[in-house]
Ligand binder design. Structure first.
Ligand SMILES: [Zn+2]
Length: 257
């Protein structure tokens, strides 16, 4: 049996040996969300999962199976929840799922857990889950659990921004299914990207407020909030290597290892 950082491919004895050696657990939380007509709906899970796997190989960590569903897509960050295929969880469900997993890893003896978020809308519910899990664990006498939460895209370095967005950076919300995510996916798994499906109906022009229900025509029909033109596997490699390097640093710093 080949050594592997993926928990789903470990025996329980191998997992236990790693936990007893003090290895952290890294878990990606993502979404099943439209990412334009040109890409798989698993982008928000696949990118942080790939980062977790690379980081675990560098620092010696366990990668738990990712959470492939997330909180409801919002129009101004993910195009909205109205797209066919986007399959989301209620806040209470997502919070409960993450909380349960944190408590299970803690029960195994894990004391350092890093959550890698690939879907902007998950953030506050992951934070709520961390808070609830830590509070309940404290009541159970667990005082030494440390949890990190990482939004990988925040780790982009200025020189990477300059190389990937030579015409100017549109901001993370409008980047949904656009140059950054498309480039990283072209690097990670080009078979899941079809660059011929460029509807060129962006960029979105959003007001600085949310409207419920969503007015017609608010979101580009493709679900791409900016553009996929200019995305490339070469940019994806640059971005991915940047994310892995910075995420490894963050985990080492956050866990003081
Ligand atoms: Zn995404």
């Amino acid at each position: 049996m080949k050594a592997n950082v993926l928990m789903s491919q470990m025996t329980w004895t191998d997992y236990q040996r790693r936990v007893l050696a003090g290895q952290p657990v890294l878990i990606a939380i993502g979404a099943m969300e439209q990412h334009g007509p040109h890409m798989t709906m698993a982008v928000d899970t696949m990118i942080p999962q790939a980062i977790c796997t690379a980081v675990a190989e560098i620092i010696g960590a366990i990668v738990a199976a990712p959470l492939p569903y997330g909180y409801k897509s919002q129009p101004r960050s993910g195009g909205g929840n109205q797209f066919c295929g986007t399959a989301s969880l209620d806040a209470a469900t997502l919070t409960a799922l993450i909380k349960d997993l944190l408590k299970e890893f803690a029960r195994h003896g894990v004391r350092r857990i890093a959550i890698f978020d690939g879907h902007y809308e998950n953030a506050m519910f992951a934070i709520e889950a961390i808070d609830l899990a830590m509070r309940e664990l404290l009541w159970e006498g667990v005082r030494d659990l440390r949890v990190l939460r990482v939004s990988y895209w925040e780790h982009i370095q200025p020189e990477t921004v300059a190389a990937v967005f030579p015409d100017g950076f549109p901001g993370w919300p409008l980047e949904h299914a656009s140059i950054m995510e498309t480039s990283v996916m072209l690097h990670l798994d080009p078979d899941l990207v079809d660059m011929s499906q460029d509807w060129a109906d962006g960029p979105a022009q959003f007001p600085l407020f949310d409207v419920y229900p969503l007015p017609p025509g608010h979101v580009p029909p493709s679900g791409v909030l900016s553009t996929i033109r200019g995305a490339s596997a070469q940019k994806g490699k640059l971005l991915f290597e940047n994310y892995v390097e910075e995420a490894a640093k963050a985990v080492r710093e956050g866990f003081a290892i």
